[in-house]
Design a protein. Structure first.
Length: 329
């Protein structure tokens, strides 16, 4: 008869086991401390993941509008300024804007540079004309774009035809303002093409302006991955400005249980520090469903929103805060 021989552990063996377990625990803790801020990274072919904790920090970086140096690829000017921005802030950001015309090819060289920076592209794809899109006249353009994003094979935010709910020259070309049903039909047509091509790495961002109600333009929960919104501190309201600008929109749209991205926001130089301090104070407690916030570091139609002076220091403080994800490497 075979019998199992058993014996107790020696003190040395117990010490070795404790040491090994301790090393494993320490390694896990160290990895969390080193890489915790980039833990929202998705799989190569998946959509941008929704942060379980905190929010992505991003920017459109174009404060000096440098010459294109012979380049015509969308986003190339911004990439030229990226190194200087990272140096000033002391880190990268997790989301970077790239604005592209509707009929232009996907700017793959710009996306590659964004990916190298440890960032997710937020592709602001211009509108085209809603009736023409719905008719199928632009199907080749849309299908080619969808296939190109699929080939890119890394997470992408796609924001087609933003701020459709305010009257401006941009909207006059697209024929979406005041025409919610036509806008929705075009949005759903684009979405259907992307899904027929099976593009798994794109998140559709529906992004109105905070200035006017946008309910008539909402394509439906099935067709939206992230709810976006653009809003600026236009009145210089200090530290309460962020909450004042976005609270009403947040209450209306957070019930859709979609992650929310503040796709464009900024303050003028005199109010930047207080505005950004308000974001840092209010976002975790008052707006837990906001999972990304992207600063407009550039000149816009209403003035210069570029980070400067104490605003740079305040944005750097956001980047250093553990709540904000600044890299997806």
């Amino acid at each position: 008869m075979i019998r199992n021989k058993t014996r107790g552990f020696s003190i040395i063996e117990i010490i070795v086991v404790i040491a090994v377990v301790g090393m494993i625990v320490f390694a896990g803790w160290y990895a969390y401390m080193q890489y915790g801020k980039s833990s929202a990274v998705g799989s190569t072919m998946g959509q941008p993941q929704i942060p379980a904790k905190g929010a992505y920090l991003g920017a459109w970086i174009n404060p000096t509008n440098p010459p294109k140096i012979g380049k015509t690829v969308p986003g190339w000017q911004e990439i030229q300024q990226l190194s200087a921005f990272n140096s000033i802030i002391g880190s990268s950001v997790a989301v970077l804007h790239v604005y592209t015309p509707f009929k232009a090819p996907l700017p793959v060289t710009t996306l590659a540079a964004i990916n190298k920076n440890g960032s997710i592209p937020l592709i602001d794809w211009s509108c085209g004309n809603v009736s023409q899109i719905s008719s199928g006249a632009d199907d080749t353009i849309i299908t080619t774009y969808a296939k190109s994003i699929k080939v890119y094979a890394k997470p992408v935010f796609l924001r087609w035809y933003w701020e459709m709910n305010i009257p401006d020259s941009f909207n006059s070309q697209c024929d979406g303002y005041g025409n919610g049903s036509a806008y929705i039909k075009a949005w759903q047509h684009i979405w259907n093409i992307f899904h027929s091509v099976n593009v798994p790495n794109v998140a559709f961002v529906w992004s109105p302006s905070v200035q006017k109600d946008a309910a008539q333009y909402y394509p439906g929960d099935t067709y939206v991955d992230w709810v976006g919104v653009d809003g600026y501190d236009r009145k210089g309201q200090g530290q309460s400005a962020f909450s004042n600008v976005f609270s009403s929109f947040y209450r209306q749209w957070s019930v859709h249980t979609k992650p929310i991205i503040i796709a464009e926001t900024a303050a003028m130089a005199t109010d930047q520090q207080a505005y950004l301090q308000g974001i840092q104070a209010d976002l975790p407690s008052k707006f837990p469903d906001i999972k990304a916030i992207v600063y407009f570091d550039a000149t816009g139609s209403a003035g210069n929103w570029s980070l400067t002076g104490n605003g740079v220091t305040a944005f750097k403080s956001l980047a250093e805060a553990s709540y904000f994800i600044t890299s997806v490497k």
